[in-house]
Write a protein that binds this ligand. Structure first.
Ligand code: HEC
Ligand code: HEC
Ligand code: HEC
Ligand code: HEC
Ligand code: HEC
Ligand code: HEC
Length: 309
């Protein structure tokens, strides 16, 4: 009798052990939905290795609290998990990463295909402004980092604005604000571009597209649905480029911009400081030669030129 009970206990233990092993095997097999002989991962690694996200030009900035949320991939993931904004991150990341696969995707959280999910697609409250929300579908992921860090200061009682450093300006990557028609200086009223309203996934549609390109450069196939396969639609980019050159020359002549293209520290009439801000915003930081918001870009440049002539 006792032997039979022992035997049954043994059989039971064996069954439990076997079932355990089977589930371990099943879990191991799920790794191969990604880790297999296709280019699923390597095809993206190749594109990323050409992008500054992947080369990590400025990843070391991630060691400072004020920069970590956008410049370290690891700090970005932690920030998103804690529901914080980049200006609320309190500590730098001692071991910052590039913007790698784990920055944007939920890699190795369930170990299934579901881990390709984006870390966040929630609308983004642009923190340099009051009540400006970027709600551009999957492009919201990008807008967390590609948003300005500051708006221009208000003019003082003498209608002057101080240019306080050679890094003065909205900071790099204000593309989300440009798409919404905010972030420029002066009296120019902007509104969300048709691109931000008509293209559901905004940044992702034009910079990744249906082929899931991972160089993050803009892709002409993203325009084909509505225009030709070209960025310079109706010569708009060329027109914006000419306005940028004209405004840059005027700013240099007035001594607000140095030959290397850096702002010159000083106190200037508000309209001139605004022209300088908008030059930096468009030419140095936005980088789309007007495509993100053609009417707003053109209006800002023209107002700047008028203020300096
Ligand atoms: C959703 C797809 C996916 C699944 C499922 C997946 N991985 Fe990965 N794995 C990745 C990606 C993406 C990387 C990072 C590649 C890179 O950094 O270039 C990675 C990296 C790795 C690495 C290299 C070291 C590291 O952590 O970067 C190992 C080892 C690894 N995975 C093991 C596993 C194992 C074991 C499983 C199953 C338990 C698994 N993976 C499931 C996508 C996946
Ligand atoms: C975690 C923050 C973060 C996220 C999320 C992010 N970026 Fe970036 N992006 C950066 C940083 C930081 C740089 C500059 C990298 C460097 O120089 O080290 C950059 C650079 C770029 C560049 C290159 C700009 C140039 O001057 O060459 C493009 C294009 C770009 N990002 C597009 C995107 C798009 C599209 C998305 C969304 C799919 C996105 N980014 C998501 C932080 C981010
Ligand atoms: C809100 C997110 C955000 C914060 C916070 C932030 N950056 Fe950036 N930074 C970016 C993005 C996005 C880019 C890339 C912009 C582009 O190329 O269009 C960038 C680019 C840069 C670059 C240029 C890199 C290159 O390769 O040209 C430097 C330098 C830089 N940041 C320094 C800093 C420093 C220093 C801090 C902290 C004091 C900081 N950033 C905070 C988002 C941020
Ligand atoms: C800057 C953010 C960013 C980085 C870094 C990034 N991805 Fe992506 N990835 C995206 C976005 C956005 C999409 C489009 C998702 C969509 O349309 O659902 C995407 C799509 C994909 C897809 C297609 C997923 C699907 O559901 O069909 C794969 C596979 C992928 N990425 C792999 C990688 C790998 C591997 C790496 C690292 C070598 C990587 N990604 C790095 C943002 C990023
Ligand atoms: C209508 C399509 C479209 C949308 C939407 C869009 N972009 Fe762009 N973007 C472009 C084009 C086109 C360029 C200019 C490319 C060129 O002239 O080579 C550009 C340029 C850029 C650059 C400068 C690249 C460089 O090499 O200097 C960055 C960074 C960038 N976009 C990020 C973003 C982010 C982030 C978003 C969303 C907040 C976004 N873009 C939305 C089409 C788009
Ligand atoms: C979903 C449709 C759609 C997509 C996709 C799209 N655009 Fe547009 N685009 C528009 C609309 C609508 C206008 C406004 C046309 C007008 O006012 O005459 C416009 C206007 C423009 C203008 C200004 C043209 C002018 O004459 O003022 C440029 C430049 C432009 N788009 C570039 C691009 C580029 C580059 C891409 C791809 C990276 C792209 N667009 C993708 C819908 C789109």
């Amino acid at each position: 009798m006792q032997t039979r009970v022992r035997l049954m206990a043994l059989v039971f233990t064996l069954v439990v052990l076997l079932a355990g092993t089977a589930s371990v095997i099943a879990q191991d097999i799920s790794c191969t939905v990604c880790h297999d002989d296709t280019t699923l991962i390597t095809g993206k690694q190749t594109g990323l290795s050409e992008a500054v996200h992947g080369t990590g030009e400025a990843y070391v900035r991630g060691t400072s609290a004020g920069c970590a949320g956008c410049h370290s991939g690891g700090a970005f993931s932690a920030m998103v998990a804690q529901g914080l904004r980049p200006d609320q991150v309190e500590a730098g990341d001692p071991n910052p990463t590039r913007q790698d696969c784990r920055t944007c995707h939920a890699i190795h959280t369930t170990n299934t295909e579901a881990d390709w999910a984006l870390e966040t697609t929630a609308p983004v409250n642009l923190y340099a402004f009051e009540n400006v929300i970027y709600d551009g579908g999957k492009g919201n992921l990008c807008a967390n980092c590609h948003q300005p860090r500051r708006a221009i200061d208000a003019a003082d009682p003498n209608d002057n604005i101080a240019v306080t450093s050679t890094h003065w300006g909205p900071h790099h990557g204000p593309q989300s604000a440009m798409l919404l028609g905010v972030g420029g200086a002066g009296d120019v009223a902007g509104k969300p571009s048709f691109h931000s309203r008509m293209i559901a996934d905004t940044c992702v549609a034009c910079h990744i597209g249906p082929d899931m390109k991972h160089t993050f450069e803009a892709i002409t196939s993203g325009c084909a649905e509505c225009h030709g396969e070209d960025f310079d639609i109706d010569g708009k980019q060329a027109e914006v480029e000419a306005l940028i050159v004209q405004l840059g020359d005027l700013l240099k002549a007035k001594g607000l911009l140095d030959e290397a293209g850096h702002p010159v520290v000083g106190i200037y009439p508000a309209a001139q400081a605004s022209a300088l801000w908008n030059y930096i915003f468009i030419s140095i930081e936005d980088g789309s030669l007007g495509v993100h918001n053609p009417p707003y870009t053109k209006a800002l440049l023209e107002a700047g030129i008028a203020a300096l002539q």
